[in-house]
Design a protein around this ligand. Structure first.
Ligand code: ATP
Ligand code: MG
Length: 573
Protein backbone atom coordinates (compact mmCIF):
# COMPACT_ATOMS: atom_id res chain seq x y z
CA UNK A 1 0.00 0.00 0.00
CA UNK A 2 1.27 3.45 -0.87
CA UNK A 3 0.66 5.76 2.08
CA UNK A 4 -0.13 8.61 -0.30
CA UNK A 5 -3.14 6.62 -1.58
CA UNK A 6 -4.12 4.98 1.71
CA UNK A 7 -7.16 5.65 3.86
CA UNK A 8 -5.20 5.93 7.13
CA UNK A 9 -6.76 8.99 8.77
CA UNK A 10 -4.42 9.47 11.76
CA UNK A 11 -5.21 12.08 14.39
CA UNK A 12 -3.06 14.11 16.77
CA UNK A 13 -5.75 14.39 19.42
CA UNK A 14 -7.68 11.66 21.15
CA UNK A 15 -11.48 11.80 21.14
CA UNK A 16 -12.81 13.01 24.47
CA UNK A 17 -14.78 9.82 25.14
CA UNK A 18 -11.70 7.58 24.94
CA UNK A 19 -11.21 6.41 28.52
CA UNK A 20 -8.69 3.67 27.85
CA UNK A 21 -5.51 3.70 25.81
CA UNK A 22 -6.64 1.10 23.28
CA UNK A 23 -9.71 3.15 22.39
CA UNK A 24 -7.61 6.30 22.16
CA UNK A 25 -5.00 4.64 19.94
CA UNK A 26 -7.51 2.83 17.71
CA UNK A 27 -9.14 6.15 16.87
CA UNK A 28 -5.91 8.13 16.57
CA UNK A 29 -4.21 5.54 14.39
CA UNK A 30 -7.21 5.51 12.05
CA UNK A 31 -8.41 1.96 12.81
CA UNK A 32 -11.98 2.82 13.85
CA UNK A 33 -14.51 5.63 13.81
CA UNK A 34 -17.54 5.97 16.06
CA UNK A 35 -20.98 6.01 14.45
CA UNK A 36 -23.13 5.86 17.61
CA UNK A 37 -22.55 4.73 21.21
CA UNK A 38 -21.00 1.26 20.99
CA UNK A 39 -21.25 1.24 17.18
CA UNK A 40 -18.10 1.61 15.09
CA UNK A 41 -16.90 1.53 11.51
CA UNK A 42 -13.75 -0.47 10.93
CA UNK A 43 -11.35 1.33 8.62
CA UNK A 44 -8.69 -0.46 6.54
CA UNK A 45 -6.08 -0.72 9.32
CA UNK A 46 -8.65 -1.88 11.87
CA UNK A 47 -10.11 -4.44 9.51
CA UNK A 48 -6.70 -5.86 8.60
CA UNK A 49 -5.89 -6.54 12.27
CA UNK A 50 -9.33 -8.02 12.88
CA UNK A 51 -8.96 -10.31 9.84
CA UNK A 52 -5.65 -11.59 11.19
CA UNK A 53 -7.19 -12.52 14.53
CA UNK A 54 -10.05 -14.19 12.65
CA UNK A 55 -7.63 -16.12 10.47
CA UNK A 56 -5.74 -17.43 13.51
CA UNK A 57 -9.08 -18.52 14.99
CA UNK A 58 -10.02 -20.28 11.75
CA UNK A 59 -6.72 -22.15 11.54
CA UNK A 60 -6.73 -23.30 15.14
CA UNK A 61 -10.39 -24.27 15.13
CA UNK A 62 -9.92 -26.26 11.94
CA UNK A 63 -6.99 -28.01 13.59
CA UNK A 64 -9.32 -28.91 16.49
CA UNK A 65 -11.89 -30.32 14.06
CA UNK A 66 -14.47 -27.52 14.19
CA UNK A 67 -16.36 -26.49 11.05
CA UNK A 68 -17.33 -22.99 10.05
CA UNK A 69 -20.95 -21.99 9.41
CA UNK A 70 -22.71 -18.66 9.10
CA UNK A 71 -25.95 -18.26 11.01
CA UNK A 72 -28.45 -15.44 10.58
CA UNK A 73 -28.40 -12.27 12.62
CA UNK A 74 -32.16 -12.01 12.32
CA UNK A 75 -33.53 -14.54 14.80
CA UNK A 76 -37.25 -15.42 14.98
CA UNK A 77 -38.66 -14.86 18.48
CA UNK A 78 -40.25 -18.29 18.44
CA UNK A 79 -36.95 -20.12 19.10
CA UNK A 80 -36.06 -17.73 21.89
CA UNK A 81 -39.50 -18.24 23.40
CA UNK A 82 -39.00 -21.99 23.40
CA UNK A 83 -35.81 -21.72 25.49
CA UNK A 84 -37.39 -19.05 27.69
CA UNK A 85 -34.68 -16.56 26.85
CA UNK A 86 -37.06 -14.17 25.03
CA UNK A 87 -38.20 -13.12 28.50
CA UNK A 88 -35.05 -13.56 30.54
CA UNK A 89 -32.56 -11.87 28.21
CA UNK A 90 -33.99 -8.48 29.14
CA UNK A 91 -33.06 -5.15 27.64
CA UNK A 92 -29.75 -6.31 26.18
CA UNK A 93 -31.71 -8.11 23.45
CA UNK A 94 -32.48 -5.88 20.47
CA UNK A 95 -36.01 -6.74 19.37
CA UNK A 96 -37.87 -5.79 16.23
CA UNK A 97 -40.89 -6.71 14.14
CA UNK A 98 -41.22 -7.47 10.48
CA UNK A 99 -43.91 -5.98 8.22
CA UNK A 100 -46.33 -8.72 9.30
CA UNK A 101 -45.90 -7.88 12.96
CA UNK A 102 -43.82 -11.01 13.70
CA UNK A 103 -41.24 -10.66 16.47
CA UNK A 104 -37.53 -11.05 15.86
CA UNK A 105 -34.33 -10.22 17.67
CA UNK A 106 -30.81 -9.49 16.49
CA UNK A 107 -28.68 -12.41 17.70
CA UNK A 108 -26.59 -11.58 20.80
CA UNK A 109 -25.37 -15.21 20.78
CA UNK A 110 -26.58 -18.24 18.80
CA UNK A 111 -27.40 -21.21 21.03
CA UNK A 112 -31.05 -21.15 19.85
CA UNK A 113 -30.34 -21.09 16.13
CA UNK A 114 -27.53 -23.63 16.17
CA UNK A 115 -29.27 -26.07 18.53
CA UNK A 116 -32.41 -25.98 16.39
CA UNK A 117 -30.26 -26.62 13.30
CA UNK A 118 -28.61 -29.63 14.90
CA UNK A 119 -31.91 -30.88 16.33
CA UNK A 120 -33.29 -31.04 12.78
CA UNK A 121 -30.28 -32.64 11.10
CA UNK A 122 -28.68 -35.00 13.63
CA UNK A 123 -30.48 -38.35 13.88
CA UNK A 124 -28.14 -40.99 15.15
CA UNK A 125 -25.09 -41.43 17.37
CA UNK A 126 -23.20 -41.82 14.10
CA UNK A 127 -23.81 -38.12 13.36
CA UNK A 128 -22.02 -37.08 16.55
CA UNK A 129 -19.85 -35.38 17.69
CA UNK A 130 -20.25 -32.09 15.84
CA UNK A 131 -18.47 -28.82 16.48
CA UNK A 132 -19.74 -25.77 14.59
CA UNK A 133 -18.54 -22.19 14.79
CA UNK A 134 -19.02 -18.89 13.07
CA UNK A 135 -17.44 -15.45 13.00
CA UNK A 136 -20.29 -13.02 12.94
CA UNK A 137 -21.71 -9.71 14.10
CA UNK A 138 -23.48 -9.80 17.45
CA UNK A 139 -25.90 -7.26 18.87
CA UNK A 140 -26.25 -6.49 22.56
CA UNK A 141 -27.81 -3.31 23.83
CA UNK A 142 -25.19 -3.00 26.59
CA UNK A 143 -26.22 -0.76 29.45
CA UNK A 144 -22.79 0.92 29.36
CA UNK A 145 -21.13 0.60 25.98
CA UNK A 146 -17.60 1.86 26.44
CA UNK A 147 -13.90 1.57 25.72
CA UNK A 148 -14.49 1.57 21.95
CA UNK A 149 -14.82 -1.90 20.46
CA UNK A 150 -14.02 -3.47 23.84
CA UNK A 151 -17.67 -3.21 24.91
CA UNK A 152 -19.72 -2.41 21.85
CA UNK A 153 -23.39 -2.82 21.10
CA UNK A 154 -22.57 -4.27 17.67
CA UNK A 155 -19.40 -6.38 17.68
CA UNK A 156 -17.72 -9.33 16.02
CA UNK A 157 -17.65 -12.61 17.90
CA UNK A 158 -16.31 -16.02 17.12
CA UNK A 159 -18.92 -18.29 18.65
CA UNK A 160 -18.74 -22.06 18.62
CA UNK A 161 -20.90 -24.91 19.83
CA UNK A 162 -20.10 -28.55 20.47
CA UNK A 163 -22.58 -31.43 20.35
CA UNK A 164 -21.74 -34.75 21.98
CA UNK A 165 -23.34 -38.04 22.95
CA UNK A 166 -22.83 -37.75 26.67
CA UNK A 167 -21.28 -35.70 29.41
CA UNK A 168 -17.92 -37.39 29.23
CA UNK A 169 -17.58 -36.76 25.49
CA UNK A 170 -18.77 -33.17 26.01
CA UNK A 171 -16.01 -32.66 28.55
CA UNK A 172 -13.46 -33.89 26.03
CA UNK A 173 -14.75 -31.38 23.48
CA UNK A 174 -14.54 -28.68 26.13
CA UNK A 175 -10.94 -29.56 26.93
CA UNK A 176 -10.09 -29.52 23.23
CA UNK A 177 -11.56 -26.04 22.86
CA UNK A 178 -9.59 -24.81 25.87
CA UNK A 179 -6.43 -26.04 24.13
CA UNK A 180 -7.43 -24.40 20.85
CA UNK A 181 -8.11 -21.12 22.66
CA UNK A 182 -4.71 -21.23 24.34
CA UNK A 183 -3.07 -21.62 20.96
CA UNK A 184 -5.16 -18.82 19.45
CA UNK A 185 -4.20 -16.24 22.07
CA UNK A 186 -0.61 -17.42 22.10
CA UNK A 187 -0.38 -17.07 18.33
CA UNK A 188 -1.82 -13.55 18.60
CA UNK A 189 1.22 -12.75 20.76
CA UNK A 190 -0.80 -12.08 23.92
CA UNK A 191 0.00 -12.78 27.55
CA UNK A 192 -3.11 -14.31 29.11
CA UNK A 193 -4.42 -16.52 31.92
CA UNK A 194 -7.27 -19.00 32.05
CA UNK A 195 -9.49 -18.52 35.09
CA UNK A 196 -12.49 -20.23 36.62
CA UNK A 197 -15.51 -18.06 35.90
CA UNK A 198 -19.02 -17.53 37.12
CA UNK A 199 -21.51 -19.37 34.97
CA UNK A 200 -24.54 -17.49 36.20
CA UNK A 201 -27.69 -19.37 37.01
CA UNK A 202 -26.91 -22.38 34.79
CA UNK A 203 -26.82 -25.15 37.36
CA UNK A 204 -24.33 -27.99 37.28
CA UNK A 205 -22.14 -26.47 34.63
CA UNK A 206 -18.79 -24.77 34.71
CA UNK A 207 -16.95 -22.22 32.68
CA UNK A 208 -13.54 -20.69 32.15
CA UNK A 209 -12.55 -17.27 30.96
CA UNK A 210 -9.48 -16.28 28.99
CA UNK A 211 -8.06 -13.09 30.39
CA UNK A 212 -5.54 -10.82 28.79
CA UNK A 213 -3.64 -9.28 31.65
CA UNK A 214 -3.83 -5.47 31.61
CA UNK A 215 -4.06 -2.85 34.34
CA UNK A 216 -7.09 -1.30 32.65
CA UNK A 217 -9.01 -4.60 32.57
CA UNK A 218 -12.61 -4.55 33.77
CA UNK A 219 -12.24 -7.92 35.48
CA UNK A 220 -10.50 -8.59 38.77
CA UNK A 221 -8.64 -11.89 38.84
CA UNK A 222 -7.68 -13.68 42.04
CA UNK A 223 -4.48 -15.61 41.82
CA UNK A 224 -2.89 -17.75 44.50
CA UNK A 225 0.87 -17.71 43.99
CA UNK A 226 1.16 -20.64 46.33
CA UNK A 227 -1.24 -23.30 44.91
CA UNK A 228 -2.02 -21.85 41.48
CA UNK A 229 -5.73 -21.12 42.14
CA UNK A 230 -6.95 -18.58 39.64
CA UNK A 231 -10.49 -17.26 39.28
CA UNK A 232 -12.54 -14.28 38.30
CA UNK A 233 -13.08 -12.31 41.50
CA UNK A 234 -16.82 -12.52 40.78
CA UNK A 235 -16.44 -16.21 41.41
CA UNK A 236 -13.92 -16.46 44.28
CA UNK A 237 -15.65 -17.40 47.55
CA UNK A 238 -14.98 -14.93 50.36
CA UNK A 239 -15.04 -15.68 54.05
CA UNK A 240 -14.82 -12.49 56.07
CA UNK A 241 -14.07 -12.69 59.75
CA UNK A 242 -15.15 -9.63 61.68
CA UNK A 243 -13.67 -8.93 65.10
CA UNK A 244 -16.03 -9.76 68.00
CA UNK A 245 -18.01 -6.79 69.28
CA UNK A 246 -19.49 -6.98 72.78
CA UNK A 247 -23.30 -6.49 73.04
CA UNK A 248 -24.21 -2.87 72.51
CA UNK A 249 -27.46 -0.96 72.73
CA UNK A 250 -29.12 0.57 69.74
CA UNK A 251 -28.72 4.31 69.55
CA UNK A 252 -29.69 6.78 66.85
CA UNK A 253 -26.95 9.34 66.27
CA UNK A 254 -26.93 12.60 64.35
CA UNK A 255 -24.46 12.33 61.46
CA UNK A 256 -24.95 15.52 59.45
CA UNK A 257 -23.69 15.31 55.87
CA UNK A 258 -21.85 12.07 56.65
CA UNK A 259 -22.51 9.71 53.73
CA UNK A 260 -19.62 7.46 52.87
CA UNK A 261 -18.32 4.60 55.00
CA UNK A 262 -15.02 6.43 55.49
CA UNK A 263 -16.83 9.57 56.61
CA UNK A 264 -19.03 7.56 58.99
CA UNK A 265 -16.32 5.77 60.93
CA UNK A 266 -14.10 8.84 61.01
CA UNK A 267 -16.99 10.92 62.33
CA UNK A 268 -18.08 8.30 64.90
CA UNK A 269 -14.50 7.39 65.85
CA UNK A 270 -15.33 3.68 65.54
CA UNK A 271 -13.36 0.88 63.87
CA UNK A 272 -14.13 0.68 60.13
CA UNK A 273 -15.18 -2.99 60.49
CA UNK A 274 -18.22 -2.06 62.58
CA UNK A 275 -19.72 0.12 59.85
CA UNK A 276 -22.02 -1.56 57.34
CA UNK A 277 -23.15 -0.44 53.94
CA UNK A 278 -26.69 -0.93 52.61
CA UNK A 279 -27.16 -0.80 48.86
CA UNK A 280 -30.62 -0.78 47.32
CA UNK A 281 -31.39 -2.58 44.09
CA UNK A 282 -34.26 -3.45 41.84
CA UNK A 283 -34.19 -7.17 41.09
CA UNK A 284 -36.66 -8.18 38.36
CA UNK A 285 -38.85 -5.28 39.42
CA UNK A 286 -38.76 -5.87 43.21
CA UNK A 287 -36.75 -3.84 45.72
CA UNK A 288 -33.84 -5.56 47.43
CA UNK A 289 -31.33 -4.30 49.99
CA UNK A 290 -27.87 -5.79 50.32
CA UNK A 291 -26.06 -5.25 53.61
CA UNK A 292 -22.33 -5.86 53.72
CA UNK A 293 -19.38 -4.77 55.85
CA UNK A 294 -18.63 -1.19 54.86
CA UNK A 295 -14.97 -1.76 54.11
CA UNK A 296 -15.79 -4.38 51.46
CA UNK A 297 -17.12 -4.11 47.93
CA UNK A 298 -20.42 -5.71 46.91
CA UNK A 299 -20.17 -8.41 44.25
CA UNK A 300 -23.25 -7.85 42.08
CA UNK A 301 -22.83 -11.18 40.31
CA UNK A 302 -23.01 -13.05 43.60
CA UNK A 303 -26.07 -11.03 44.65
CA UNK A 304 -27.74 -11.71 41.31
CA UNK A 305 -27.08 -15.44 41.70
CA UNK A 306 -28.45 -15.53 45.26
CA UNK A 307 -31.61 -13.81 44.10
CA UNK A 308 -31.75 -15.93 40.95
CA UNK A 309 -32.56 -12.62 39.25
CA UNK A 310 -32.49 -11.91 35.54
CA UNK A 311 -32.07 -8.17 35.85
CA UNK A 312 -30.47 -6.38 38.75
CA UNK A 313 -30.13 -2.61 38.79
CA UNK A 314 -28.69 -0.35 41.45
CA UNK A 315 -31.61 1.85 42.53
CA UNK A 316 -31.37 5.44 41.32
CA UNK A 317 -31.54 8.39 43.76
CA UNK A 318 -35.35 8.91 43.56
CA UNK A 319 -35.93 5.17 44.20
CA UNK A 320 -33.51 5.18 47.15
CA UNK A 321 -35.28 8.21 48.59
CA UNK A 322 -38.67 6.58 48.14
CA UNK A 323 -37.66 3.24 49.68
CA UNK A 324 -35.59 4.54 52.58
CA UNK A 325 -37.40 7.81 53.18
CA UNK A 326 -34.02 9.51 53.38
CA UNK A 327 -31.40 11.10 51.17
CA UNK A 328 -28.89 8.80 49.46
CA UNK A 329 -26.25 7.65 51.96
CA UNK A 330 -28.54 6.95 54.92
CA UNK A 331 -30.31 3.71 53.96
CA UNK A 332 -30.12 0.87 56.48
CA UNK A 333 -31.87 -2.41 57.26
CA UNK A 334 -33.79 -1.28 60.37
CA UNK A 335 -37.43 -0.57 59.60
CA UNK A 336 -36.94 -0.84 55.88
CA UNK A 337 -40.50 -1.74 54.85
CA UNK A 338 -41.33 -3.91 51.87
CA UNK A 339 -37.71 -4.52 50.89
CA UNK A 340 -36.07 -7.94 50.88
CA UNK A 341 -32.85 -7.81 52.90
CA UNK A 342 -29.90 -9.97 51.91
CA UNK A 343 -26.93 -9.71 54.26
CA UNK A 344 -23.40 -10.96 54.01
CA UNK A 345 -22.70 -14.22 55.88
CA UNK A 346 -20.42 -12.51 58.32
CA UNK A 347 -23.25 -10.30 59.63
CA UNK A 348 -25.44 -13.16 60.84
CA UNK A 349 -26.31 -12.53 64.50
CA UNK A 350 -23.64 -9.87 64.65
CA UNK A 351 -23.99 -6.89 67.04
CA UNK A 352 -22.37 -3.51 67.57
CA UNK A 353 -23.00 -2.49 63.97
CA UNK A 354 -23.34 0.99 62.51
CA UNK A 355 -26.18 1.13 59.96
CA UNK A 356 -27.99 3.91 58.13
CA UNK A 357 -31.13 5.04 59.99
CA UNK A 358 -33.38 5.61 56.92
CA UNK A 359 -33.51 9.21 58.02
CA UNK A 360 -31.43 11.95 56.42
CA UNK A 361 -28.32 12.82 58.46
CA UNK A 362 -28.79 9.90 60.89
CA UNK A 363 -27.22 6.51 61.60
CA UNK A 364 -27.73 3.86 64.24
CA UNK A 365 -24.86 2.54 66.32
CA UNK A 366 -24.99 -0.70 68.31
CA UNK A 367 -27.34 -2.41 65.85
CA UNK A 368 -27.64 -6.19 66.00
CA UNK A 369 -28.82 -8.57 63.30
CA UNK A 370 -31.66 -10.75 64.60
CA UNK A 371 -32.55 -8.25 67.33
CA UNK A 372 -32.92 -4.91 65.52
CA UNK A 373 -33.37 -6.15 61.99
CA UNK A 374 -33.68 -9.48 60.28
CA UNK A 375 -32.14 -10.46 57.01
CA UNK A 376 -34.22 -12.79 54.84
CA UNK A 377 -31.10 -14.51 53.58
CA UNK A 378 -27.37 -14.60 54.22
CA UNK A 379 -24.82 -15.18 51.53
CA UNK A 380 -21.27 -14.56 50.45
CA UNK A 381 -21.80 -11.16 48.80
CA UNK A 382 -18.45 -9.45 48.51
CA UNK A 383 -15.67 -9.19 45.98
CA UNK A 384 -12.52 -11.07 46.92
CA UNK A 385 -9.67 -8.72 47.73
CA UNK A 386 -5.91 -8.77 47.89
CA UNK A 387 -4.87 -10.78 50.93
CA UNK A 388 -8.15 -12.74 51.31
CA UNK A 389 -7.63 -16.43 51.97
CA UNK A 390 -7.29 -18.70 48.93
CA UNK A 391 -10.37 -20.98 48.91
CA UNK A 392 -8.14 -23.98 48.20
CA UNK A 393 -5.05 -23.53 50.39
CA UNK A 394 -5.95 -20.55 52.65
CA UNK A 395 -2.78 -18.65 51.69
CA UNK A 396 -3.27 -14.95 50.78
CA UNK A 397 -4.62 -14.18 47.31
CA UNK A 398 -3.25 -11.60 44.92
CA UNK A 399 -5.53 -9.47 42.74
CA UNK A 400 -4.66 -8.73 39.15
CA UNK A 401 -6.64 -7.11 36.38
CA UNK A 402 -7.62 -8.62 33.08
CA UNK A 403 -9.75 -8.25 29.97
CA UNK A 404 -12.07 -11.15 29.21
CA UNK A 405 -11.35 -12.03 25.59
CA UNK A 406 -12.77 -15.54 25.55
CA UNK A 407 -15.29 -17.60 27.45
CA UNK A 408 -15.94 -21.34 27.35
CA UNK A 409 -19.06 -22.88 28.87
CA UNK A 410 -20.10 -26.39 29.61
CA UNK A 411 -23.80 -26.18 28.79
CA UNK A 412 -25.01 -29.72 29.40
CA UNK A 413 -28.54 -30.19 28.09
CA UNK A 414 -29.95 -26.74 28.87
CA UNK A 415 -30.66 -25.93 25.22
CA UNK A 416 -30.87 -29.40 23.73
CA UNK A 417 -33.72 -30.31 26.09
CA UNK A 418 -35.94 -27.34 25.33
CA UNK A 419 -35.21 -27.46 21.60
CA UNK A 420 -35.42 -31.26 21.50
CA UNK A 421 -31.97 -31.90 20.13
CA UNK A 422 -31.87 -35.67 20.57
CA UNK A 423 -30.31 -38.64 18.80
CA UNK A 424 -30.84 -42.34 18.62
CA UNK A 425 -28.17 -44.23 20.52
CA UNK A 426 -26.65 -47.59 19.62
CA UNK A 427 -29.18 -49.40 21.80
CA UNK A 428 -32.05 -47.70 19.94
CA UNK A 429 -32.98 -45.40 22.81
CA UNK A 430 -33.50 -41.65 22.37
CA UNK A 431 -30.93 -39.50 24.17
CA UNK A 432 -30.40 -35.80 24.64
CA UNK A 433 -27.32 -34.18 23.14
CA UNK A 434 -24.73 -32.63 25.49
CA UNK A 435 -23.50 -29.20 24.49
CA UNK A 436 -20.71 -26.74 25.11
CA UNK A 437 -20.39 -23.17 23.86
CA UNK A 438 -17.28 -21.15 23.20
CA UNK A 439 -16.89 -17.43 22.47
CA UNK A 440 -14.08 -15.09 21.52
CA UNK A 441 -14.58 -11.35 21.20
CA UNK A 442 -12.61 -10.58 18.06
CA UNK A 443 -12.67 -6.79 18.40
CA UNK A 444 -12.07 -7.03 22.12
CA UNK A 445 -9.03 -9.21 21.46
CA UNK A 446 -7.65 -6.53 19.13
CA UNK A 447 -8.23 -3.84 21.77
CA UNK A 448 -6.72 -6.05 24.49
CA UNK A 449 -3.64 -6.56 22.33
CA UNK A 450 -3.19 -2.79 22.25
CA UNK A 451 -3.69 -2.45 26.02
CA UNK A 452 -0.81 -4.88 26.38
CA UNK A 453 1.38 -3.57 23.58
CA UNK A 454 1.81 0.19 23.38
CA UNK A 455 4.08 2.99 24.50
CA UNK A 456 3.82 6.78 24.65
CA UNK A 457 4.15 7.07 20.87
CA UNK A 458 1.49 4.56 19.87
CA UNK A 459 0.78 0.91 19.23
CA UNK A 460 3.52 -1.75 19.27
CA UNK A 461 1.86 -4.59 17.36
CA UNK A 462 2.82 -8.18 18.01
CA UNK A 463 4.05 -9.32 14.59
CA UNK A 464 1.31 -11.95 13.99
CA UNK A 465 -1.52 -9.41 14.08
CA UNK A 466 0.14 -6.23 12.81
CA UNK A 467 -1.92 -4.53 10.08
CA UNK A 468 1.23 -4.26 7.97
CA UNK A 469 4.62 -5.64 8.89
CA UNK A 470 6.93 -3.05 7.37
CA UNK A 471 6.74 0.66 6.65
CA UNK A 472 9.26 2.01 4.15
CA UNK A 473 10.01 5.61 4.94
CA UNK A 474 11.23 7.50 1.95
CA UNK A 475 13.22 10.10 3.90
CA UNK A 476 14.02 12.44 1.04
CA UNK A 477 11.28 13.11 -1.47
CA UNK A 478 13.41 15.06 -3.94
CA UNK A 479 16.30 12.64 -4.24
CA UNK A 480 15.79 10.47 -7.34
CA UNK A 481 17.97 7.60 -6.10
CA UNK A 482 16.08 7.54 -2.83
CA UNK A 483 12.78 7.27 -4.69
CA UNK A 484 14.07 4.61 -7.03
CA UNK A 485 15.43 2.40 -4.22
CA UNK A 486 12.26 2.83 -2.17
CA UNK A 487 10.16 1.68 -5.11
CA UNK A 488 12.49 -1.25 -5.71
CA UNK A 489 12.39 -2.45 -2.11
CA UNK A 490 8.61 -1.97 -2.02
CA UNK A 491 8.23 -4.24 -5.05
CA UNK A 492 10.73 -6.80 -3.72
CA UNK A 493 8.99 -7.04 -0.33
CA UNK A 494 5.62 -7.40 -1.99
CA UNK A 495 6.87 -10.27 -4.09
CA UNK A 496 8.20 -11.93 -0.90
CA UNK A 497 4.63 -11.71 0.48
CA UNK A 498 5.64 -9.14 3.10
CA UNK A 499 2.80 -6.80 4.03
CA UNK A 500 4.36 -3.46 3.33
CA UNK A 501 3.46 0.22 3.26
CA UNK A 502 5.54 2.70 1.29
CA UNK A 503 5.36 6.13 2.86
CA UNK A 504 5.71 8.17 -0.31
CA UNK A 505 3.80 11.17 1.02
CA UNK A 506 5.22 14.59 0.37
CA UNK A 507 5.80 15.13 4.09
CA UNK A 508 8.72 15.72 6.37
CA UNK A 509 10.45 12.58 7.64
CA UNK A 510 9.41 13.54 11.18
CA UNK A 511 5.71 13.36 10.26
CA UNK A 512 6.24 9.95 8.69
CA UNK A 513 8.02 8.64 11.78
CA UNK A 514 5.25 9.86 14.06
CA UNK A 515 2.54 8.15 12.02
CA UNK A 516 4.59 4.95 11.76
CA UNK A 517 5.00 4.82 15.54
CA UNK A 518 1.34 5.63 16.14
CA UNK A 519 0.09 2.93 13.75
CA UNK A 520 2.71 0.58 15.17
CA UNK A 521 4.32 -1.08 12.14
CA UNK A 522 6.75 -3.62 13.65
CA UNK A 523 9.55 -2.48 11.34
CA UNK A 524 10.47 0.78 9.68
CA UNK A 525 12.93 0.83 6.82
CA UNK A 526 14.44 4.25 6.37
CA UNK A 527 15.77 5.00 2.93
CA UNK A 528 17.84 8.18 2.84
CA UNK A 529 20.62 9.50 0.64
CA UNK A 530 23.32 9.04 3.29
CA UNK A 531 22.80 5.31 3.80
CA UNK A 532 22.36 4.73 0.10
CA UNK A 533 25.83 6.10 -0.59
CA UNK A 534 27.19 3.25 1.51
CA UNK A 535 24.78 0.76 -0.05
CA UNK A 536 22.82 0.42 3.20
CA UNK A 537 19.34 0.74 4.61
CA UNK A 538 18.31 1.51 8.16
CA UNK A 539 16.02 -1.10 9.73
CA UNK A 540 14.37 0.00 12.95
CA UNK A 541 12.35 -2.24 15.27
CA UNK A 542 9.26 -0.62 16.80
CA UNK A 543 9.43 -2.86 19.87
CA UNK A 544 13.09 -2.56 20.85
CA UNK A 545 13.82 0.78 19.19
CA UNK A 546 17.05 -0.76 17.93
CA UNK A 547 18.40 0.33 14.59
CA UNK A 548 20.60 -1.79 12.38
CA UNK A 549 22.08 -1.26 8.96
CA UNK A 550 21.44 -3.91 6.38
CA UNK A 551 22.88 -4.19 2.90
CA UNK A 552 20.71 -2.78 0.14
CA UNK A 553 21.06 -5.92 -1.92
CA UNK A 554 19.09 -8.76 -0.37
CA UNK A 555 17.33 -6.38 2.04
CA UNK A 556 13.97 -7.92 1.14
CA UNK A 557 15.26 -11.41 1.92
CA UNK A 558 16.63 -10.39 5.32
CA UNK A 559 13.46 -8.54 6.32
CA UNK A 560 11.13 -11.27 5.15
CA UNK A 561 13.09 -13.96 7.03
CA UNK A 562 12.96 -11.86 10.18
CA UNK A 563 9.18 -11.51 9.96
CA UNK A 564 8.59 -15.21 9.35
CA UNK A 565 10.74 -16.04 12.35
CA UNK A 566 8.84 -13.66 14.62
CA UNK A 567 5.47 -15.08 13.59
CA UNK A 568 6.70 -18.62 14.18
CA UNK A 569 8.14 -17.75 17.58
CA UNK A 570 4.75 -16.39 18.73
CA UNK A 571 3.10 -19.63 17.63
CA UNK A 572 5.52 -21.93 19.41
CA UNK A 573 6.34 -20.12 22.64
P1 ATP B 1 -18.93 -9.48 29.62
O1 ATP B 1 -18.93 -10.09 30.98
O2 ATP B 1 -17.67 -8.75 29.30
O3 ATP B 1 -20.17 -8.70 29.32
P2 ATP B 1 -20.08 -11.82 28.52
O4 ATP B 1 -19.90 -12.81 29.61
O5 ATP B 1 -21.37 -11.15 28.34
O6 ATP B 1 -18.93 -10.70 28.62
P3 ATP B 1 -20.01 -13.85 26.48
O7 ATP B 1 -21.48 -13.89 26.32
O8 ATP B 1 -19.35 -14.97 27.15
O9 ATP B 1 -19.59 -12.46 27.17
O10 ATP B 1 -19.37 -13.55 25.05
C1 ATP B 1 -18.19 -14.17 24.57
C2 ATP B 1 -17.10 -13.14 24.31
O11 ATP B 1 -17.57 -12.06 23.50
C3 ATP B 1 -16.57 -12.47 25.56
O12 ATP B 1 -15.58 -13.26 26.15
C4 ATP B 1 -16.02 -11.17 25.03
O13 ATP B 1 -14.70 -11.36 24.53
C5 ATP B 1 -16.92 -10.86 23.85
N1 ATP B 1 -17.91 -9.82 24.18
C6 ATP B 1 -18.99 -9.94 24.98
N2 ATP B 1 -19.69 -8.80 25.02
C7 ATP B 1 -19.02 -7.92 24.22
C8 ATP B 1 -19.25 -6.57 23.83
N3 ATP B 1 -20.30 -5.90 24.27
N4 ATP B 1 -18.36 -5.99 22.98
C9 ATP B 1 -17.30 -6.66 22.51
N5 ATP B 1 -17.04 -7.94 22.84
C10 ATP B 1 -17.88 -8.57 23.67
MG1 MG C 1 -22.06 -9.26 28.84
Amino acid sequence: MRFSRAFFPTLKEAPSEAEVISHNLMVRSGMIRRVAAGVYSLLPLGLRVQRKVEQICREELARAGAQEVFLPTLNPAELWQRTGRWDVYGKELIRLQDRHGRDFCLGPTHEEIVTDLVAREVRSYRDLPQNLYQIQTKFRDEIRPRFGVMRGREFTMKDGYSFDRDEHAAEESYAQMVEAYKRIFQRCGLSFTVVVADSGAIGGSFSHEFMVMADTGEEGINVCESCGYSANSEKTPVNISLPETPGATLEKVHTPGVHTVDEVYTFLKLPAEQVTKTLLFTADGSPVASVIPGHRELNEVKLKNVLDATELFLADAPTVEKLSGAAVGFAGPIGLEGVRIIADDCLEGRGGLVVGANETDHHYTGAEEGRDFEASAFADLTVAEEGDACPDCRKPLTVRRGIEVGHVFKLGTKYSETLEATYQDEDGGTKTIFMGCYGIGIGRTVAAAIEQNHDKDGIVWPMPIAPFQVDIIQANMTDAKCREESDKLYAALQSSAVEVVLDDRDERAGVKFKDADLIGFPYKVIIGPKGLKEGQLELKSRRTGETEFIPLENAAGIISARITEEIETAGSS
